[in-house]
Each structure stands twice: as structure tokens, then as C-alpha cells.
Write a protein of this length. Sequence first.
Length: 741
Amino acid sequence: MRLGVRTVQGRLILLLLTVLLPLLLIQGVIYCERFEARRSEELRANLEVARAVAATFDAFVRDVLRQEAVLGTSITAPQPLAPGELDLLLAASAAAYPPIRNMSWVNPEGVVLNSSLPEAVGLVVSDRPYFQAIVQGQEWVVSDLLVGRATGETTFTISRGVRDPQGNLRGVLAAILDPDLMGREAFPIERTGQGAIAIVDRQGMLVYRRPEAPLTPEQRNLLPTQPLIGRALAGEEATGTFVSVIDGRERMAGVVPIDPIGWAASASRPTDEVMAPVIADLLRDGAISLLVALGAFLAALALSRSISKPLGQLERQAVELGHRSIVGGTEAMETLVVRGPVEVEQLASALQQMAGELRSREEQMRDANQRLVLASMRERSQAEEAQRRAAELDATIASIADGVVIYDTEGRMVRINHGAEEILGYSPEERRLPLWERTALMPPETAEGEPLPPEETPFARALRGETVRGYVMRLSGGDGEARWVSASAAPIESPEGERFGAVSTFTDITALRGLQQEREDLLHTVSHDLRTPLTVIQGQAQLLLRQLRALQGGDKVRRSAESILTASRRMNVMIMDLVDSARTASGQLKLDCVPTELGAAVLSLKERLSEVMETSRVRVEIPDELPPVLADPDRLERILTNLISNALKYSSPGTEVVVRLSAQDTEVVTRVIDHGPGIPPEELPNLFQRYARTREAREHREGLGLGLYITKHLVEAHGGRIWVESEVGKGSTFSFTLRVA
């Protein structure tokens, strides 16, 4: 019997091993995953228990602090306590909490004046860290674990400072607690098996553990043996394993910080206790899998022998059949008789049919050769058509004035027109460089002057499947000359979504950017060089007006000074409107938004406008508990000034103007209500457009028609909305919204 790898029997066995080994490996992976899943499940369970322990201890500490706060209120009450009453209160408070050894009242000099433990009266604790921390301003303190040097007893304190309304320290209430007395009353958390819970102070000292175990002070220091404790004390939840100093067994643990005390809580169980059931199941399942694999191997061995024997017979007959075919042709072939599996018998029958098929295959080959010749001719014609289309594409790209570049999937330039060559200036060698190296030759920048990473350029984004339109960027060439371009890019994809590259267009907008810069310079000149002398005029007019008001008479001169001040303020508003209008049109309007109390801002503006406007007619309605809004204070003042001045300007003299504030969901709505002539319905749609003015304003009022246009864009820049409601003969209501901060 032959068992080589090349024999049928050997390959059947190899096939069986090929199937069984992956199954065994998969089974092993499943076992490992079950092992790790049980491990992770236990770590998560320990972490949840540690969180519960932390929450329980935090609640216990806060309960003691609340009790101390109640005692502090009683001690510092205007009506002094009767003699001995404070001792009774301290004793009652200590008795309410089994872990508290004693509760003491300490004066600001650190001397115990009263205590539930009489022998503690008179002790001086001014050098204790918890007392010094409260003296330095802390409201309450939980000390670290204190271990008696002589007795080995462990305690810690929960202390609260009691202060008068002026913040002066009246005394300290200090509760001395014994961790060994905390027990199940303080931690009603039960764990099965040998599970344990623990509390650790800021120094890594074990304060409490259940189940209890006698520990030396050195064993209480858990930082050297449990790095997880250090992570929890640093404010991080953590899980892992450690070796217990009590019994030397490895334990699985979860630790969490106890905020804001700065302590940590942990929960753990022995690793062998957790994993023992899992290991037993894995051993049982592994033994069963091995037995099944062994049985399958023996069955495959028997089956392979039943197949290899008839195949050997078929091999001998096939050799004889081949010899006859060479000597006498296929007509001399005899019927092959083979006994065995159905597949082997079918193979023998197939050999018999082979001779008859040889002639028909020869004829088919001749026909196939003729079809190949015809297909070759068609492919040649298709290649010529592809060349013609490529020439048309090159001519089309060359005729476009803007720059056009086609990239392959690797970012290399495969086609580029003359416009792109002039803008980009790449040499033929540089065009074949990868995208990242080629971008470094002409580093791009954003419109704001920030470096643009290569992966964020429009053509790189198009290679990832994005479509980019009109992206403005600055290209710095090696000769120091910079060009501003507007780039668009899109991926080249088949109808099925297969990506072949990308196409990008470039428009040189350097001259346009120069014009924009000139406009910015002009705006700066208007905003700065004109407003500077105007500010001087306003200041001098205000000074002159205050001096004239102090004198008797001179009403005509005072009115002239008021006219100068009013005209200068109006001119200042017109300059600001012109500047903001230009910046709004160019998309360069920027805000510096901060949380702002809208009611206070309206009242302050009303007072400041009283010198130039009849603000005595303005009534401000502010509801209680109005939330602050997110706004640019200067631009908010512009919005309110425009709306209030319009309301005063277009309403009848002596009529009231109401500024009403109200909160609606996540917005604050401001309404400016006047009782003027109102606005005709046909003029409402164009009211917020640039240079738009009503017929009434054009006939009787001065202005540029930019106030409401600027107001609308300032409101929308804040993320708000503005609208108007008006009825002819009754007045108008201008409303706008701002987001709640």
C-alpha cells in the first residue's frame, strides 16, 4: 500500500487533515475567546462592584458631612446652647454612625472644647493636616489613614469647618472613624465566594477590606504590589490582576477613583476561583474534539483504501488504452470495465468517450481560429476609434482658457493643457512625481494664509471620491511668485462606481484678489482715517454741550452743539454701515461672540443714547430669569441702535416705543414695537435689501438705506432670524432672535 502525498489515499488523508486542523484551530480560538470573555466579564463585574463601593462610601462621607453641617448650624445659632447640650448633640451624632469613635468641636486655635469622648476634651490638634487644611480655607476634609505607632489601631477623620457669614472660622467639627467598625452597615454589598472589596486612601494605604484580614502597616501600603491602585488615585478607572499580599494568590480586580475625596475603591476575586469552571469545560470539550478527530481519521483511512484499489485498476487499463490509441487510433479503443465507486466508473466511461470527442474538438479549434482572426480585426478598429477620441479630448482640453489637469489613481498628471502649465509651471519630469512630492514643490495655502495639507487639496479630495467646487487657495512657486487660484475637482468614475482618476480645473484669480485687497485698504481708510477726526468732533461737541448746559441761557448755541453731535453720530453710523456692507458682501464679516445679558445691554444702550435720541419714550420689558445670549457686544449694539432709532424716527412724537424680550426654547426673541404710520404691504418684501427705503423715508428722512440691510446680516451672522410685521396706520414690530448661550 502506497501512502505518498501524491497518491489518492495520501491526498485523501491530507484533505482530512486540512479540514480537521483548521477546525481544531478554530475550536482552540473559540476556547481562548471563551476564556478571555469570562476574564473580561469578571473584570467588568469587579469594576461595577468597585463603582458601587465608591458611590456607597462617597454617600456615607457626605451623610457624615451633612450631619456636621447641621451641628455647625446649631452651634453657631444666635441662641446659644445650654450647658452640656452640645456634648449631648455630639454624643447623639456619634451614636448614629457605628464607625464614629467620637465627634468633637474644636475651636479656631485647635483645642478640643467639646467631644462625645470626654477624655478627648482639651487635646490640641492644631498640627493635624486636616485642621490646617480647613484653617487655610477648605470647606471639609477627609484625612488619610492614621496608624497608631504603639497600638497599631487605624483611624481617619471627616472634618468640616464652621464659618460665620463673613467667612471667619468659628470652629471645626471633627469625626474620628474606626475603619474596622464600618462593616455591612456602611457597605451593604455582598460578594460570592472569595470576592473582596476594599477602600484605599490617597497614600495607597488600605483603609477597609471585606472580608477582614489582619494586616501589618507595611502590608496596608498597596502601591508597591498593586499598580492599579496608583492609576485609580490618579483619577482613572482600571482593571487587571495582582498578587495578594494576604494569601499570595493572583486576583482579578477593578479599581475606581472616589471623587472628590481623592481615595480609591476596588473589588477583586481570585483568578483560579473565577476561571476554574471555564478551564474544566474547556478540557472536557477539548477531549471530545480530539476523540472525534481520531475517529474521523480512521474512517478516512478505510475509505481511502476502498477508493485507491479501483483507481489502480483504472490506471493499468488507461496505460493499455493509451498504447492501443497510439498503435491503432481511437477506433481500436475497447470498452474499459472498472468496478468501484460511481465516480471511478464514470471516469472509465469518460475515457471511452474521449476518442470520439477528439475529432469534433479539432473542428471546433479551426472554427475558433477563424473567430479569433475576426476579433483581432475588430479590436484594431476599436483601438483606432479610441485614438480618435483621445485626440478629440486633447483638443478640447487645449481649447479651454482655464487650467485643466487629469490625474490617474496615483495622482500623476496624465493630461494638462496650456492654461494649467502657465499656472502650475511643472516640468514634464515633475508631472510624473507622486502627488505628495509634487505638492511640496508649490506649497498651497488656504485663503486665510494657513498651510494646506496635501491630502486636503481639491485634487487629492477628488481622488478620494469627493467633488470640490470653487476652492480658493494660494500657490507659492519656487521663484517666490505667488498665485491665487480658484480650484474645482471631481472624480472620474464608471457607471458601476469604479474610480479611474480625477479631473481638476484652475482659474487664476490673482488680479481679482488684488482688487479685493485694494477694496480692503479703502475700507480701512474709510473706517479709520475718516472716523478718527469724526471721533474728535464728537468728543469736542460733547464737552461743549456739557459746558453749555452748566450755563444759564445760550439755548441757541446749545442746540447747535447738539446738532453737531447728532450729525457726527449719524455720519459715524453711515461710515460703519458702509464698511459692514462691503465686508458682508465679500464674506469677511467676523464676530467675537461671548455670553451676554441681553436685558442689561438694552438698558445700558438706552441710557447712552439719551443724549442723541428721545429715549424717554422707550419702555423696556424684561422677563424674570431671561437666559444670556451668545453675541458680539459691539454688533449687538448696532442691531439694537438701528431698530430703536428707526422706531423713534418713524413714530409719532410722544408715542411710546416698546422693547420686549422673551425666551422661546433655545432662542431669545427681541421685539421693537412702534406706533408709527406703518409700512405698506408692497414694500415689506424689499425692506431688508441694500439701499432699500420706504416712500415715507425717501420723502422726509435722510439716510443711505443700509441700516436694515446691515441689521439683517448681523442677526444672521449670529445664527438668528429677523422679520417685520406692520399694519398701515397702527405701527410696526421688528423682531429678531439670538441663540441662548
